[in-house]
Ligand binder design. Structure first.
Ligand SMILES: [Fe+2]
Length: 304
């Protein structure tokens, strides 16, 4: 019975990851012809236009930039306000300080202690591993079910419903990153300003710790998530889908550096231009929880 369930879960994951996978830049990488790219992008952008919820966040752009605050301090209700959503729609990123109630904040700290110590006693879905994404940083990644964190789950359900039109269960990854011996150099796809994919897309980040300038804060190009003509031109002409592309210059807006206090959550539309900056000092560490939706909000959801 257990084997059967495991098999079914594996099959589900395969379908979600391979067959129903959300379109990314792979097609554009294979097809450099501008006409072919235009057709492809138009097809998907039309699908986006047909979704009521996407309109507010990714299409409307009548509000002036800089008018709404990006940083918020949470009160004891721990809810997402309309002001927060308006700012997210305008800027593509918001920061919420004092995001979780104390017990959940401390609980998350415990999970990071477990990763850091290498004991792995917590209920991780698999044995935590190093994704080997960065050459100069040691990283441990642990996957876990959102059910373990009730306030985070409440935020996630609410925000995903507002953006996607339905609550989507996130993939939750804990990442503990440590830079030991030297100052870090840039890594394509991470520490260059880049777009994750051309379709509307978002991630929720949560850190229990303070993140300062020297501890590799996230950076976001404000307003770069809107599907306008600059955005279209960028994807139509891009080679690398990052700041090394000529057309990224038009898309680049004011850069916001997301330094944080402890117990901070930030939400970003990662189809817009963003990066993690480099560690500029030795022996620095970072603990970050990533909530991602790409596995369960997939190709079919965009299509129908
Ligand atoms: Fe990214």
């Amino acid at each position: 019975m257990v084997y059967m369930l495991k098999f079914i879960n594996k099959l589900k994951r395969y379908f979600n990851k391979v067959i129903f996978r959300t379109p990314g830049v792979e097609f554009l990488q294979k097809n450099k012809d501008i006409k072919t790219r235009t057709k492809y992008l138009n097809f998907w952008f039309n699908k986006v236009k047909n979704k009521k919820n996407f309109k507010r966040f990714f299409l409307d752009s009548d509000l002036p930039l800089d008018e709404l605050p990006i940083r918020f301090i949470q009160d004891e209700n721990y809810t997402i306000s309309e002001n927060m959503l308006n700012s997210l729609a305008l800027n593509g990123v918001i920061v919420i300080e004092n995001a979780l109630p104390k017990n959940e904040f401390l609980n998350i700290k415990d999970y990071f202690e477990d990763l850091k110590s290498g004991r792995y006693k917590k209920d991780w879905e698999n044995k935590p591993d190093n994704p080997l994404f960065f050459t100069q940083a040691d990283e441990v990644r642990g996957l876990i079910d959102i059910q373990n964190f009730s306030s985070l789950k409440r935020y996630s359900d609410y925000i995903s419903k507002k953006i996607y039109g339905k609550s989507v269960k996130p993939t939750v990854e804990f990442h503990y990153l440590n830079i030991r011996d030297k100052v870090e150099e840039v890594t394509r796809g991470a520490t260059y300003l880049h777009s994750d994919r051309f379709l509307p897309h978002f991630k929720i980040f949560y850190t229990p710790n303070k993140i300062e300038r020297d501890t590799a804060p996230f950076q976001y190009s404000l307003g770069s998530h809107k599907l306008n003509s600059k955005y279209f031109n960028f994807f139509k002409n891009a080679e690398n889908y990052d700041e090394t592309d000529k057309f990224s210059k038009d898309l680049l807006g004011k850069l916001e550096t997301i330094t944080t206090e402890e117990n901070t959550m930030y939400i970003a539309f990662t189809n817009g231009l963003h990066k993690r900056t480099c560690f500029t000092e030795k022996n620095k560490e970072r603990s970050m929880v990533f909530l991602q939706y790409v596995e369960r909000y997939n190709k079919f959801n965009y299509l129908f």
